[in-house]
Ligand binder design. Structure first.
Ligand code: FAD
Length: 351
């Protein structure tokens, strides 16, 4: 079945022995709890789930549920498949174990969204960041609609590294225990598709494994990463944005992509504030403010009250998890439109 012609990569499977209505309820509840995942549209005999990675069609079949996924690229198809299996498994543990997909000829292969790159350079950026430039064969999936990825770092010193593989049910299996891989999320700050080059900026913080990695990696070393994923550049010309250091790269990329006529406000929170020297440029009508760190609850309050004043603006908020949770809750209580906001926890204190 072709759900959308612009998405040529498809995968089909059947989930036997389950009522379609049960699955329908589970998915609708999940999307209502986490609107960032995507949007549901009712479709003939089922539903369409539109996500950033592609579209999933779920419908009633004689013996259970028919699932069709489609995406514009193989790596996004795998992201969609992993996401759907994750949602199904959370709601009904074990349910996805017996899935078999028509597009997978065998288990054990590397997931198509795992990429390998060569480190080109690591250079200081202001006082608190390192900018890492990498080169990879194919970065064509990394576009403005999905500006994040996961670094995939083996434990330091491990000789026989195990990479993830695709399981028989299509899910990505990750090595466990001593071989577990560190998979923090980063932002594509700059990309040159023709040259296969990509920059990301690492905020340096105590005890950070990526801080340690970026400080010791050498030109020519190989690095693995998985993506793309996460949010994209919002299509808006009225923006209210709040970011701590981990979100400076994302907001800097968004700010430079806004239309010149854009208006609004960006608040950057970090130690030393503007003096930390992180470069950002925004259209004239977008006010840039820098503040030294405040408590998470205070940052959340600032965002909510700014949004109360300018409810027609797109609200973009990314910082420590507890602040994001508070903003998400307040935004929902104030009746904010989930399609007009991006509210994300970028790191967790004390984890
Ligand atoms: C969508 C998304 C995009 C992101 N983009 C970027 C990016 O472009 N650049 C960037 O630097 N980060 C970014 N982050 C945040 C980054 O993924 C986290 O900070 C991550 O924990 C870093 O991993 P680590 O190996 O440095 O720390 P870990 O080794 O995982 O953690 C070690 C300790 O550091 C603490 N810690 C983690 N982050 C911070 C922090 N910011 N300040 C103080 N303590 C901290 C942890 O609580 C833990 O106690 C992004 C996160 C998300 C979700």
């Amino acid at each position: 079945m072709t759900i959308a012609p612009e998405f040529p990569h498809t995968a089909e499977t059947r989930l036997p022995g389950i009522q379609y209505t049960t699955l329908d309820e589970v998915l609708r509840q999940r999307i209502s709890d986490s609107p960032a995942i995507g949007r549901i549209e009712s479709a003939e005999a089922g539903l369409l789930l539109h996500t950033r990675s592609g579209v999933a069609h779920l419908s009633e079949s004689p013996d259970g549920v028919q699932i069709t996924l489609c995406a514009d690229r193989p790596d996004r198809l795998q992201l969609l498949r992993d996401g759907l299996i994750g949602v199904l498994s959370d709601a009904m543990p074990g349910i996805a174990d017996s899935l078999r997909w028509d597009d997978l000829s065998g288990a054990g292969l590397l997931p198509p969204n795992l990429h390998f790159a060569t480190v080109q350079s690591v250079s200081p950026l202001g006082k608190a960041f390192l900018r890492v430039r990498i080169k990879a064969d194919d970065l064509s999936s990394f576009q403005d609609d999905a500006i994040h990825f996961r670094l995939v770092l083996p434990p330091a010193g491990l000789r026989d590294v195990e990479w993830p593989h695709v399981k028989e049910n299509g899910a990505t299996a990750w090595p466990q225990g001593d071989k577990a891989l560190h998979r923090p999320v980063y932002t594509t700050r700059w990309i040159d598709h023709d040259a296969g080059l990509m920059d990301f900026d690492v905020f340096l913080h105590d005890g950070g494994r990526v801080t340690e990695w970026a400080g010791s990696v050498r030109t020519g070393d190989t690095v693995a990463f998985m993506g793309p994923g996460g949010g994209g550049i919002p299509q808006t010309d009225r923006l209210l944005a709040f970011a701590d250091e981990t979100a400076f790269p994302a907001i800097a990329r968004i700010a430079e992509t806004l239309p010149v006529s854009a208006s609004g406000k960006i608040l950057m929170m970090g130690a030393g504030a503007e003096a930390c020297g992180y470069p950002i440029s925004a259209p004239e009508g977008v006010e840039l403010n820098w503040i030294d760190p405040v408590a998470e609850a205070e940052l959340a309050e600032m965002a909510l009250s700014a949004h109360a004043d300018k409810a027609d603006h797109y609200l973009w908020f990314a910082a420590e998890k507890s602040a994001s949770q508070q903003v998400r809750k307040g935004y929902k209580q104030h009746g904010g439109d989930p399609q007009n906001a991006y509210i994300a926890g970028y790191w967790t204190r004390g984890q």
